[in-house]
Ligand binder design. Sequence first.
Ligand code: NAI
Ligand code: MG
Length: 479
Amino acid sequence: MDLPSPQLAWIDGQPLPAPGGATFATVDPSTEEVLAEVARCGEEAVDTAVAGARRAFPGWRDLAPPERAGRIRAVARALAGRAEEFARLETLDTGKPLSLARSEVDGTVRYLDYYAGLADKIHGESIPLGPGYLNYTVHEPVGVTGHIVPWNAPLNMVGRSLGPALAAGNTAVVKPAEQTPLTALRFGALCREAGLPDGVYQVVPGFGTEAGAALAAHPGIDSLTFTGSVATGRAVARACADRIRPVVLELGGKSPQLVFADADFDTVAAEVAKGIFTNTGQFCDAGSRLLVEESVREALVERLVARAHAVDCGPGGDDPDMGPLISAEQRDRVRGFLARGEAEGARRLGPGPESVPRRGYFVPPTVFTGVRPDMAIAREEIFGPVLCVQGFRDEAEAIALANDTSYGLAAGIHTRDIDRAHRLAAALEAGYVMINEYFTGGIGSPFGGWKESGIGHERGLEAVHNYTRLKNVVVRVAR
Ligand code: NAI
Ligand code: MG
């Protein structure tokens, strides 16, 4: 693949080096080889990007909504036409299986189309105040939106928040994760080719503590959308608090998958395995805790361990079942949890470390049994292919275990009892509940966390209002 090095920031429709020419390396996690050097942006580059986005804002805001929709759709068509190229680039930068990268690029196209369709439907209401008054609301764009994006689904997560931000008439500055800047950057050039006005989509690659912190604290952005860890979420929320600026936080999870004895046993093992092994467990809504009714616990664990042994791990480009983790840091972090689980007395099942390639940041798919609720592996987000199994005797215990977490992002329920399914859906403290299929829903479904999993929702119709501000106009009509 043609990968000029260094890869430059994308500002005002042009590639731009970081001041002083500083760079950092991005690596292929499947091979541990450097793919390219990338512009290492800091305060100065962020400043330039925000200023350009500010200049582009009035023109973009004032486009007639159908025209704005058309421009976003043109970007969607351009991406659809080059989907394979972007999927391959994503696979190189993340190590994820090619099929998964393809589906994420398709999802990005869908985000753009979905929100393009909303651009001319972001309307307010009129409020009856009695004769002699006209009272109406308007949803105006906020201005320049900041987006700090993680590495687990890089381009897809750009699309998720960029779509509604642009549709609402904002311009955007995006800070991709330092592990995976390549697709967001190439997308900048694609936007220009597709006719998006310069400055509407700006990209500042760099480290979190440099480009990320500079963007979060910048006085020239009017909202911030962040996806990543709780600790960094707190830091960017503080920066936003200082400026009384709205922030959307999509943070981690420790999402339970609840399995009852009456569930369809043939599909349930596949669903549970999909929920934790897809993307090597690196999804915020990974179903990392299996809570299973005691009477079927052993049988289900047996099936899951068999599935773990059958998972084929390899370089993303070979399109295996499971690729590597994103980085040496994440691999060491997950290995740390594996060791800690064993040290705390849990039983580790599944293929051993010798089963995965030696080169690349691989860890084997793992199932822990004998997990107590107070263990670190049961409480902390591991962000790897590690499933923790706990048994329950009845519905009440299932609910108590499921809710015994500081997180509240997603939950899966597997049962054929429709009453139980809805009782549980009501009782679970999670923003997203999936019944009898994990990762179900799609981009029209509002997605957001309760508790420490975040603030606000992405996806769906509502997400557009992360990027609007409400104005109420009241008129006293002369008689
Ligand atoms: P992180 O939260 O530090 O990184 C996410 C994004 O924030 C990246 O673009 C990063 O450059 C940026 N960032 C980092 N520090 C920043 C700062 N001080 N100011 C502004 N931006 C900053 O996450 P990291 O360290 O890559 O992963 C650690 C853990 O976070 C993972 O093991 C996982 O548990 C969780 N995580 C959750 C994600 C999710 O989808 N909710 C995605 C990525 C990580
Ligand atoms: Mg990389």
